[in-house]
Write a protein that binds this ligand. Structure first.
Ligand code: SF4
Length: 61
């Protein structure tokens, strides 16, 4: 039988990442990020409030 074989060892979300940005296409609405990887910056941040997820993509464009 032909078809797509899913590897059950691949996590459905990034382990260890909790994110409340529900307006992001990668957010599963349960505070998990389903992106393959994320990029966070900027490099000159001095506090958590300065940081931004560069992988964020809005749900409604
Ligand atoms: S890509 Fe960034 S903003 Fe979007 S769900 Fe993942 S961590 Fe959150």
């Amino acid at each position: 039988m032909e078809g797509i074989t899913l590897d059950s060892s691949v996590p459905e979300h990034i382990k260890g990442i909790r994110c409340n940005v529900k307006n992001c296409v990668y957010n599963d609405q349960s505070a998990y990020c389903t992106a393959r990887q994320i990029s966070v910056g900027p490099s000159y941040a001095t506090a958590g409030i300065d940081t931004i997820c560069g992988t964020f993509r809005p749900r409604n464009r």
